[in-house]
Design a protein around this ligand. Structure first.
Ligand code: HPA
Length: 246
């Protein structure tokens, strides 16, 4: 079976427990990937790991080369991509510490290189994006969360904003009216590019703060990092359970 790829976000610089076997510095027609892609073993399974923000230099959400990253993972022949996104919580159940496996996305980003379609293929890439996340991969994540006893929400709408600034309270009220349950900055165009590339893609959203205007404290990176530290351990547990069944 072909390996899965994990795209890590803020707070997941390394995949703990991953025995790195090699690093792939993939050249792409779209420029540089965020960081060399690690190939390694977690338990008895081989997987690829890419940190989308790079390191040690943090690439902000609007400057990530999403096209290069997805193209490179496809070129390695991955069976699918599990993306990890840290998000702010909008609906009441989306409190810091909560995990969401979203089933829908609303894209508020702008000005990002969001398609592989440069108008040169002779056909237009009107991909079907009705269901933005891969059904089978989502079901596998949900089964893994259930069998590991990890509390989570099994569906919800992931709103993706441009960043890097956080939102205003009014913007969050608008996202809530639009039906968004959580808000992040890196879910798009990554998901759409994976669909264009024909690579199954699903996301795990980690709620790290109440979205703007919904909490009782000013939003700080330190507050988010505290939650991230404990929540990323749960995400690792979820990934190990997912990989056990492959
Ligand atoms: N808004 C947007 N992106 C985020 C947030 C947020 O509140 N928290 C973590 N990523």
């Amino acid at each position: 079976m072909k390996p899965l790829a994990i795209i890590g976000g803020t707070g997941i610089d390394e995949l703990e427990g991953l025995e790195v076997l090699s690093e792939h510095r993939v050249e792409t027609p779209f420029g540089a990937i965020s960081r060399p892609i690690q190939e390694g073993r977690l338990g008895s399974t081989t997987l690829y790991f890419l940190q989308r923000h790079g390191s040690p230099d943090a690439i902000p959400p609007h400057r990530i080369n999403y096209r290069a990253n997805i193209w490179a993972l496809k070129s390695l022949g991955v069976a699918g991509i599990v993306a990890i996104n840290s998000v702010g919580g909008i609906t009441a159940s989306m409190r810091p510490g909560r995990l969401l496996i979203p089933d829908q996305v609303i894209d508020y980003t702008w000005g990002r290189e969001h398609t592989f379609d440069e108008g040169e293929q002779g056909t237009l890439m009107h991909i079907d994006f009705t269901e933005p996340y891969d059904g089978a991969l989502r079901r596998a994540l949900l089964a893994a969360a259930n069998s590991a006893g990890i509390p989570h929400d099994a569906s919800g709408v992931h709103g993706v904003t441009q960043g890097p600034r956080l939102e205003t309270a009014a913007e969050i009220r608008r996202l809530a009216r639009d039906g968004c349950d959580v808000v992040g900055m890196t879910g798009m165009p990554e998901a759409a590019l994976a669909r264009e590339a024909g690579v199954p893609y699903a996301s795990i959203c980690m709620v790290v703060n109440p979205a703007a205007g919904l909490g009782d404290q000013p939003l700080t990176l330190a507050m988010m990092r505290d939650i991230l530290a404990s929540e990323s351990a749960v995400v690792r547990q979820l990934l190990s359970e997912l990989l056990k069944h492959r």
